[in-house]
Each structure stands twice: as C-alpha cells, then as structure tokens.
Design a protein around this ligand. Structure first.
Ligand SMILES: Cc1cc2nc3c(=O)[nH]c(=O)nc-3n(C[C@H](O)[C@H](O)[C@H](O)COP(=O)(O)OP(=O)(O)OC[C@H]3O[C@@H](n4cnc5c(N)ncnc54)[C@H](O)[C@@H]3O)c2cc1C
Length: 332
C-alpha cells in the first residue's frame, strides 16, 4: 500500500480537489492493511476510480482509495475476469476485437471497470447488468473478501447494491458471448443502423461499436475539451397524472412508457424547457451539446456546480412537479 498526503483527486469536471490522504493499493493482501489503517485512524474515505462520475470538494478531509488491478483473464466456463482499474473502453475494445457480443452498445463510456457495476452503467438500450456474472469485492466495514452473483447485485436503472455500500470492487466476471443478437432497438441507433443495412453492410459487434462511438462523439462533449461528468441527472420515473402541465403539454416532453400510469421522462428535455430562466454562473453552465450535461471551464468549485444543479432541480420542480435526482457521486 502506498500512502500519500495531499492527494490530488482527479475528476473530469476538473474541480481543483485534494484529499488529506490517498492510498494506492495493487494487491488483494494489502486490503487488510488498509482496513486496519482506516479503523486505527478513524478516517472517512471514498473509493476513487477514474473520477468521471464525481463532484469532489476542494478539500476532502479523509482518504481517497485507488485499487489497481489491470488484468483481463479468460477463465474456463466462458468467463472474462477483469481487474477494476482496467479502463472500460479498453475492455470494450478487447471484447469487440474477439467478436464477443454485448459490449458494443456501451462503447465510449468513460471510467473504469470497477465503477461500472456501481451505477449499472448503460447506454443505447443496454446496461452492464446484462453482461455481469459475478462481482468480487472487499467489504471495508467488516474487513472481508466476498462476491455477489448477478441477482445479489440488485441492479436497477443507474443503481445497484454497491451505490450505498462500502464495498471496494476488486474485479468483475463478465459472461463471454461468442454468438448473440445485436441490440439495435434504441431509436437513434436503429436509425443509423438502417442506413448501413440499406447500403448492404453486414453488422457485427465492431460495426455497432463504431456507430455508437460516432453518435456519442456527435452528441456528447469530450471531457478533455469541455470538463463534465456526463449526465448530471437521472431520467425520473413519474406518475403521468402527477406532472404539472399548466405551462406545457405532455407532447412537449419525452416519455418512455413503463406501464399504464408510470413513464420515464427525458430529463434533458425538461431542462431544455426551463433553461432560459436560469441564472448564469462564471465557471459552470449547461453544455451547448447536451442539456443533461453540466460543463465547467476548469475553474469551478463543487459549490458552484451544485448551485446550478440545485437551481435546475428547483425550476423543474416548480414548473413540472418533477424531482430530478443527481447522478454523479457528491463527495463530502
Ligand atoms: C462524457 C461522459 C459520458 C458518460 N456517459 C455515460 C453513459 O452513457 N452511461 C453511464 O452509465 N455513465 C456515463 N458516464 C458516467 C461515468 O462514465 C460512469 O459512471 C463510470 O462508470 C465512472 O467510472 P469512474 O472510474 O470514473 O468512477 P469514479 O467517477 O471514480 O467513481 C464513481 C463512483 O464509483 C465508485 N467506485 C469507483 N471505483 C470503485 C471500485 N473499484 N469499487 C467500489 N466503488 C468504486 C466511486 O466511489 C464513486 O461512487 C459518463 C461520464 C462522462 C464524463
């Protein structure tokens, strides 16, 4: 275990953020040492991946933990065992180069493999839960190694058992699918796919990955040029009869029907409809590429980002009677 003081917390919003301590751990045995260290010092802590889904404070009075395991192993029984610090896109590339099915729709999602189960990353009609067999973790409350099978992870839309736990994910087992069906139902994806099919092109995971990557590069800001943490709010699931429609029609909203009464509502459209009434801030704004993304100029603080987020939440609430939930982890 390597322990550092005044540890810089990398984050894709480029908030200037430092933790009192940082611990870098690169083997399973050191996790017991980490457990004793945290308890001896009574330290607050959080687990840091690549920092693409975090809103950190300028000073974190505690320990930022980075676990480093960068192996990709093909085990018997069609399992791909992947270390938590492997970059997600590196895993996608590995899978599509082997023509394994299932990873292609999740192309170009930033971050690490270890963070993928936390909020059950998803895009273009697919979620990582469809690929996961087991998640191996170290329980930082009890100081023990353990693992969950897929059902025990309690995966939901942008949620899992890991979100509110102190479980450090060390590696993830994925199912290898050498044959499979491509998942092409998502609207913007099927539109591009149909164009390819009409031009006589055969589709495989690599082709679909290329299409997804092209769409993403068009519609999402690149965090290295425009610092951001991806979607800042989840798409809320609401009862249609509860929506306040005094200033807009239902047709103005984007709805994905869940059942007769409930629908998932596109948060980006809600924000688009209220954004002209928001105050402007020096260092943070709604991205011009995507209304669900808050971008900084590299000088924003956590408070400033959360101030804009809170103003958006309150305008959406008063206009539509809809609560928006913040998606990235707020470190406090
Ligand atoms: C431009 C952009 C686009 C994005 N698009 C999508 C998208 O399409 N779909 C989507 O779902 N997400 C998207 N995201 C969000 C982000 O990519 C994912 O949440 C990603 O999984 C975060 O990975 P990370 O390694 O950066 O995690 P971090 O930001 O470092 O951490 C995120 C959370 O995971 C926890 N964590 C990290 N590693 C571990 C570990 N090993 N064990 C336990 N807990 C851990 C952290 O404590 C924190 O709570 C996007 C982000 C950006 C910037």
């Amino acid at each position: 275990m390597i322990l550092k003081e005044n540890y810089s917390i990398k984050n894709s919003l480029q908030i200037n953020s430092v933790a009192d301590y940082g611990a870098e751990i690169n083997n399973l045995n050191d996790l017991d040492k980490l457990f004793r260290f945290i308890n001896d010092k009574c330290l607050d802590y959080f687990i840091l991946g690549e920092g693409t889904n975090l809103v950190p404070p300028s000073r974190y009075k505690g320990l930022a933990i980075s676990y480093i395991s960068d192996e990709i192993l093909e085990l018997d029984e069609g399992i791909l065992r992947v270390g938590s610090s492997v970059n997600w896109q590196d895993l996608v590339n590995y899978a599509i180069n082997k023509n394994y099915y299932g990873f292609e729709n999740l192309s170009l999602i930033p971050g690490s493999v270890g963070a993928a189960p936390i909020q059950n990353i998803g895009a273009y009609g697919a979620d990582v839960q469809q690929l996961i067999r087991n998640v191996h973790y170290y329980d930082l409350d009890k100081g023990i190694h353990n693992s969950f099978d897929n059902a025990q992870c309690n995966f939901e839309y942008r949620n899992s058992i890991f979100k509110e736990s102190n479980f450090l994910i060390t590696h993830v087992d994925f199912k290898i699918k050498k044959n499979g069906e491509l998942n092409l139902n998502y609207k913007s994806l099927s539109h591009e796919v149909n164009k390819k099919i009409q031009s006589g092109q055969q589709l495989n995971p690599k082709e679909v990955s290329n299409i997804v990557s092209t769409i993403r590069m068009k519609v999402l800001p690149d965090p290295s040029k425009e610092p951001n943490a991806g979607s800042f709010f989840k798409n809320p699931i609401v009862k249609l009869s509860d929506i306040n429609l005094s200033s807009h029609n239902l047709d103005d909203l984007i709805l994905w029907k869940i059942d007769e009464n409930y629908s998932k509502v596109g948060a980006a459209r809600l924000i688009e409809l209220i954004k002209n009434s928001l105050n402007s801030y020096d260092n943070v704004s709604i991205s011009s590429k995507h209304n669900l993304v808050l971008s900084t100029n590299g000088n924003a603080s956590q408070q400033e980002v959360l101030k804009l987020a809170s103003e958006i939440q309150s305008k959406v609430k008063t206009t539509f009677n809809i609560d928006l939930e913040i998606e990235p982890r707020i470190i406090s």
